[in-house]
Design a binder for this molecule. Structure first.
Ligand code: BG6
Length: 490
């Protein structure tokens, strides 16, 4: 069976930087099904060979060591380009005819069904139009093989727009044909949280309110907004990072074990977490959130004078359920931070009573640090005795590094996993319509409160720090400390 992957918005950065290198690497590993065709669609005019040549250069750059000229030549024979305008129905009809042609060329005698995945990597304003035209032109009809659509983020800009986008997609595609991307779900360590939690018996008994004091989920980025100011200023950190990536990390950390590792059962459990998140009201918006903006943001290209858009935020969320009642989940993300690190810290409770007298320092509660990036791994913190001392203790660590256990080879980029899963029809690592809408339902009221006259103060911070000092103070007032450590594993 020959499948086609059709990329709309093919002349964009995502295609050359992520999608084609990921597909090429899957091909190298022999994981790309059959003679899969890859067809790029955008308005620019290119000959097939011209497009292949431009991709050759970028793939050599982004596919690292995997690039090899001979393999590329074989791979790129199945890469095509079709110029087309997303607003023009005739261009979709022409695309359909072109796909029929190249797929027929490849169909086996016994099976002439060809599956198609349509990847929308266009401007988000064009998603609805593209989907409508796919429907009208018959390209969504799956009588002759699967038809799936992958939609990049952002999925709407609030609950209302997400609902309306879901509604219009559902007029052309069924929910099981829709794959909403959150690239954080494609990261190896994020998937490893499933393994850590549901393939081990030692963590489950302590993964709850009886043992866990709180959870910190931090996505810190060293980069600043740079030239993305035009987009970013209308978005802000809650839309850009929290509604999707941070809440996804929280769902996977907090969810119950699914009955089976199956797309709908996994997503049912994740959705239950969103249902259990306590809605903020009244004074919560001031007491349970921190807003920040790095100094210099206002000078970035495309940022309007006097903008109060946040580049840093903290949310303190609670899950009202049996497992997590009373355990705060601190979600924190910022640009212009001291380093790039994404980590989930499970902070366990302090020992109930210290039996050693005259200890120079109190033992810390145990911690499990799941480092999602840059290096993927897990670190366990526990107390040990300082040798040759009275009963003095210090914190020791047990490290697990994925890279070390992968023969030193780098881990696959998230897009490899996600593209492969969409071709294989596994939607476990994609967001479902109810998930996206519920996530907006949590974030929208916070955005509204931050835009209201009663908004909490916007704190400014210098780049290269862990956000505003007020965020550190705020945590201390709760008798807790941020785990402000740059990657614990390298
Ligand atoms: C994107 C956001 O979704 O994720 C960016 O729009 C952010 O602002 C990026 O920089 C972070 O992704 P990663 O994989 O580099 O952590």
């Amino acid at each position: 069976m020959a499948d086609s992957i059709v990329i709309f918005g093919a002349s964009g950065d995502l295609t050359s930087r992520k999608l084609i290198p990921a597909l090429y690497q899957l091909f190298v590993k022999g994981r790309l099904p059959g003679n899969s065709r890859i067809v790029g669609v955008s308005r620019s005019k290119f000959e097939h060979q011209q497009w292949r040549d431009s991709l050759r250069e970028t793939t050599a750059r982004y596919a690292d060591d995997a690039f090899d000229a001979v393999t590329w030549d074989t791979f790129s024979k199945n890469v095509f380009y079709q110029s087309g305008d997303i607003t023009n129905l005739e261009d979709f009809v022409a695309l359909g005819a072109f796909l029929d042609l190249i797929e027929k060329d490849n169909a086996s005698e016994t099976d002439d069904r060809c599956g198609r995945v349509y990847y929308l990597s266009t401007m988000p304003q064009l998603y609805e139009t593209a989907i409508q035209k796919l429907g009208e032109s018959g390209l969504a009809d799956d009588a002759n093989g699967f038809r799936r659509v992958i939609i990049e983020k952002p999925f709407g800009t609030d609950l209302k727009t997400a609902q309306s986008l879901n509604q219009s997609i559902h007029t052309s595609f069924r929910e099981d044909q829709i794959y909403r991307i959150d690239h954080y779900l494609g990261k190896e360590t994020v998937q490893n949280i499933f393994a850590l939690r549901f393939a081990n018996s030692i963590f489950e008994p302590i993964w709850n309110r009886n043992y866990v004091d709180h959870v910190q989920i931090t996505v810190a980025e060293e980069v600043v907004i740079g030239r993305r100011g035009g987009y970013y200023d209308t978005s802000g950190i809650l839309r850009d990072m929290f509604q999707n990536h941070l809440l996804q990390l929280m769902m996977i950390t907090a969810m119950e074990p699914p009955a089976r590792y199956d797309a709908s059962l996994v997503r049912d459990e994740k959705v239950k977490v969103l249902h259990s998140i306590r809605k903020m009201t009244g004074g919560d918006f001031a007491s349970d959130t921190v807003r920040g903006q790095y100094s210099g943001y206002l000078d970035e290209q495309g940022v309007p004078v006097g903008s109060s858009t946040e580049t840093f935020a903290v949310l303190k969320l609670f899950c009202d359920n049996w497992r997590w009642q009373g355990v705060p989940f601190y979600l924190r993300s910022g640009k212009g931070m001291s380093c790039r690190t994404t980590q989930i810290v499970i902070q366990f409770k302090q020992v109930p009573y210290i039996v050693f007298e005259d200890m120079p320092r109190e033992p810390i509660g145990n911690r499990l640090v799941i480092q999602v990036q840059p290096a993927e791994g897990i670190q366990m913190h526990f107390e040990t005795k300082v040798p040759d001392s009275e009963m003095k203790t210090r914190t020791s660590t047990l490290d697990f590094s994925f890279q070390g256990k992968n023969g030193g080879k780098s881990l696959p980029d998230a897009y490899q996993r996600l593209l492969l899963d969409s071709l294989n029809g596994d939607a476990s690592l994609f967001a479902r319509s109810d998930e996206v809408e519920l996530a907006w339902g949590i974030i929208d009221p916070i955005i509204a409160a931050w835009n209201s006259p009663a908004a909490p103060a916007l704190h400014h911070y210098e780049t290269g720090l862990w956000g505003p000092t007020e965020a550190t103070e705020w945590m201390r007032e709760q008798h807790r400390e941020w785990f402000d450590v740059c990657p614990v594993l390298r």
